[in-house]
Design a protein around this ligand. Structure first.
Ligand code: 4NP
Length: 157
């Protein structure tokens, strides 16, 4: 399985989600590929926001060497599942998707809150607190995602 996590800048939410999901998959002994990207290009090549790095580090997850990149239509061919952090990221990705690719696009919190279309709030302009809040949300979202996808795999194989 190849999973891409997408936010706006690829420096706050999606690299944190990438680090958390990688860590959990590794603990479960699952070798899926996880990557992240931003819909915007402002931060391409930059490392994660220092607040995301700090929160991740407090939970023993190292994301400091990740580098931001911009989402591209080529990602539709490379990933089985593309998860948007918020409604605006979701719409951006969907506008670029062919009819056949659209089924692979969902929201990060869909597994935790099915049918509610909830967003991971953008913490960029807030203080450290917002980063702790999104960590907690992403941590639970990744558990829900793994539960659901592993169950699906068991039923389809
Ligand atoms: P992210 O947060 O989408 O979670 O990486 C943001 C990062 C940068 C900006 C906005 C949100 N920005 O406006 O530069």
């Amino acid at each position: 399985m190849d999973i891409l996590l997408v936010c706006l800048g690829n420096i706050c939410r999606s690299p944190l989600a990438e680090g958390i999901l990688r860590e959990k998959l590794s603990k479960h002994g699952i070798s899926w590929n996880v990557d992240s990207a931003g819909t915007g290009s402002w931060h391409v090549g930059a490392g994660p926001d220092k607040r995301s790095i700090k929160v991740a580090k407090e939970f023993s997850i190292d994301i400091k060497n990740l580098k931001a990149r911009q989402f591209s239509v080529a990602d539709f061919d490379r990933f089985d599942l593309i998860l948007a952090m918020d409604e605006s990221n979701f719409e951006f990705i969907n506008r670029k998707a062919s009819a056949g690719s659209r089924a692979r696009v969902a929201m990060m919190l869909d597994f935790l809150y099915p049918g509610e279309r909830k967003s991971v709030p953008d913490p960029y302009y807030g203080g450290d607190n917002g980063f702790y809040q999104i960590y907690e949300l992403l941590d639970r979202a990744c558990d829900a995602l793994i539960d659901e996808l592993v169950r699906e795999k068991v039923h389809t194989t």
